[in-house]
Ligand binder design. Structure first.
Ligand code: KG4
Ligand code: ZN
Length: 341
């Protein structure tokens, strides 16, 4: 299975082989980032992303085949992300996949990017359904129960910004550069997380939804109110925001864990809690989730970082799972900006 991905700011191509015993072998797994192209603008610029994907996709597909030592003929099918994401970018991988599928006479599989993330832990370990998944990236913040391939229950999602966006936008206010999440984590190392009081998002509200816009605004107001802020002020605010995001993620995830435990009493403890997405790299976030998981009788599973962030191996895996179920798509499969799982 060849998988292609271009929904945000990584162009990626991967090839997987499924062995008769079900084992998945990764034959090629290529990712081309665009950080430098977007850095001067302090965020992902959709038009720049789309052009870069369009330039990269065919070469990446060829390089993946080359790396795997395969010709197009050897493939069983071609899978591509067909949403959700920045529409110009999504079209790059999808159109390339359509061209390859049509030219080689292979089936096309149009993959939901979020399903790729949801299945990604199964690339690196044997993980049985059902499991709880917290997806936290620059574009998504969702709590899902993965019950089976194609069967996902969304317990909650963000009402405004994604968690990664909250990191990135706060980092921008503090003048820390792009991408902001890792820069903010570094800055926070020297900071006091108890220095500033930040609001608790959706305090007292039931459910598993998230909200980060208020935190971001509060951080900006605190920053603007500081008279000639010092490096220590900056580190303290970075640490306070990071702690607030980590606490918000962990407290909502705790509710989801309680729900999962009630809905699936037969799943043995420690029950599986998977965290995926770029924000899973943050140590404060992981620490808060690990503590919450331990208290609720869950174990935290984080796929290797290369499969936590956007990649094509997870898209190829979702494609494979769909193909073995006989689910393929026509060449008229649309690119979708929005596509809830
Ligand atoms: O999954 P990802 O690579 O791309 C998508 O958004 O789909 O996630 C990128 C996001 C960015 O918002 C980035 O700032 C955040 O993940 N991120 C982090 C860290 N590393 C990446 N946020 C906080 N701490 C980090 N160490
Ligand atoms: Zn993603």
């Amino acid at each position: 299975m060849l998988g292609l991905e271009s929904s945000c700011d990584e162009s990626a191509a991967a090839i997987l082989r499924r062995h008769p015993d079900g084992r998945i072998e990764v034959l090629a797994d290529l990712v081309l980032g665009q950080t430098e192209a977007h850095a001067p603008f302090g965020g992902v610029v959709p038009e720049i992303a789309a052009r870069a994907h369009a330039e990269a996709m065919d070469g990446l597909a060829a390089a993946a085949l080359d790396k795997a030592g395969l010709s197009l003929d050897a493939l069983d099918a071609v899978a591509a992300t067909s949403g959700p994401g920045l529409i110009g970018g999504v079209m790059a991988a999808l159109m390339t996949a359509k061209g390859l599928a049509l030219g080689a006479g292979k089936p096309l599989i149009a993959v939901n990017h979020l399903e790729g993330h949801a299945l990604s832990p199964r690339l690196s370990e044997k993980l049985d359904f059902p499991y709880l998944l917290l997806l936290v990236s620059g574009g998504h913040t969702q709590l899902l129960i993965a019950e089976a391939v194609g069967v996902y229950h969304r317990l909650g999602s963000t009402l405004d910004d994604a968690a990664g966006e909250a990191f990135d936008k706060t980092a921008k206010v503090l003048g820390l550069g792009f991408p902001g999440g890792p820069a903010l984590e570094r800055c926070a190392e020297a900071g006091d997380a108890d220095r500033f009081d930040l609001p608790t998002p959706l305090k007292g509200k039931p459910g598993c939804d998230f909200s980060f816009a208020g935190l971001k605004t509060a951080a900006r107001q605190i920053w603007d109110g500081l008279d000639a802020p010092s490096a220590q002020d900056k580190a303290d605010l970075a640490a306070s925001v990071q702690a607030a995001i980590a606490t918000a993620l962990a407290s909502r995830t705790r509710r989801a864990m309680k729900q999962f435990a009630g809905d699936y009493p037969d799943v043995a403890t420690p029950r599986p809690l998977v965290v995926a997405g770029g924000v899973a790299a943050n140590r404060a976030v992981r620490g808060a989730l690990e503590a919450a998981a331990a208290q609720e009788g869950f174990r935290l599973i984080a796929p290797p970082m290369k499969w936590c962030t956007d990649n094509a191996a997870m898209i190829a895996l979702a494609g494979l799972e769909r193909l073995v179920r006989g689910e393929t798509d026509g060449l008229d499969a649309p690119a979708r900006a929005r596509w809830p799982l």
